[in-house]
Design a protein around this ligand. Structure first.
Ligand SMILES: [Zn+2]
Length: 211
């Protein structure tokens, strides 16, 4: 990767997909009672045996596709608590930015556990993220969680038919859902179970809002 490409890569969010990172055509089969790639290798499944969508890895090559998330970098960011913007490990400083829509859909009295598909951001990327991310422009809150738990996986559910294996619906299911053997996974979701609101981002997050 050339210096020019590295500079370009660093100018866009870590989890953004690039035009060169294509989803290759795959041949799906049923093996041991679950969907599999005909030419599967050890990197196609995670430690829990979930099959993941294949995607090319060439950040910085082509043009950034800001509306597309790169499955693998997204998963790494979730698992290793990497900042979704700059890609550095956040450790205990991991923050989550919640859009107005996510905040308003949280169940129960605030602060309620919140499920999100967004990876964390580091403290240094909060301001930039709030300015640049379209889904945060209507307002957001910044949360510092004390407990983050794996919640669900979204992806494409395959259906065995007399004519072979057919792609079905896009679903989000929990890890112990038996349908996970028919899922080609794309995104992890986590639940922020216990957290502090460290920056209301211009939104009122406590008190009654009966409007
Ligand atoms: Zn960052």
């Amino acid at each position: 990767m050339s210096g020019v490409n590295l500079a370009r890569w660093r100018a866009v969010p870590y989890i953004t997909s690039w035009s060169s990172e294509e989803i290759p055509p795959v041949s799906m089969v049923i093996r041991d009672g679950r969907i599999a790639y005909a030419d599967e290798s050890v990197v196609d499944r995670d430690g829990a045996g979930v099959l993941w969508t294949r995607i090319g890895f060439s950040p910085g090559v082509g043009v950034p596709e800001f509306k597309s998330v790169h499955f693998l970098r997204h998963r790494r960011a979730m698992r290793r608590r990497l900042c979704q913007v700059c890609g550095t490990p956040c450790g205990k400083n991991a923050l989550w930015m919640l859009s107005r829509k996510e905040y308003e859909s949280a169940e129960g009295p605030w602060p309620a556990p919140v499920m999100t598909a967004h990876p964390p951001v580091c403290p240094g990327c909060v301001e930039r993220s709030g300015r640049l991310c379209p889904h945060l422009r209507d307002g957001y809150v910044v949360l510092r969680p004390r407990r983050v738990a794996p919640a669900a996986i979204s992806g494409m559910l395959y259906q065995p038919t007399p004519f072979g294996l057919m792609p079905g619906a896009a679903v989000t299911i929990v890890h112990d859902d038996p349908r996970i053997r028919l899922l080609r996974a794309a995104q992890l979701h986590v639940t922020l179970e216990d957290y502090d609101v460290v920056d209301p981002g211009g939104m009122v997050v406590t008190g009654s809002s009966d409007a």
